[in-house]
Design a protein around this ligand. Sequence first.
Ligand code: H2B
Length: 100
Amino acid sequence: MTEKLSDTARKTTLEPLLEHGWEMVEGRDAIKKTFEFKNFVDAFGYMTRVAIWAEKWNHHPEWFNVYKTLDVTLSTHDVGGLSSLDVKLARKMDVLYSGD
Ligand SMILES: C[C@H](O)[C@H](O)[C@H]1CNC2=NC(N)=NC(=O)C2=N1
């Protein structure tokens, strides 16, 4: 059963993400990040790659795409806040974005 991130887990797992461009969402236990691409097709291709992982892990982003910009918010609705699934997906999104 997925649980909300503990205080310790927040320190060890969230902080590195916050150092890599993720931010806490004001007034919500969630993290957000904006990704910029060369063009719409690159943005959409990235979303497609993320979607495959999101479906595999049954954990889906909240995202808004306009042209070559993608705004992403991650939180676990089932627990009403951040969980390890959000950390996992955020890490995967950063790896996919870096092209590694
Ligand atoms: C029924 C389905 O398994 C659940 O709704 C899954 C789907 N994807 C999800 N994604 C996110 N971000 N949070 C959830 O709690 C969640 N729950």
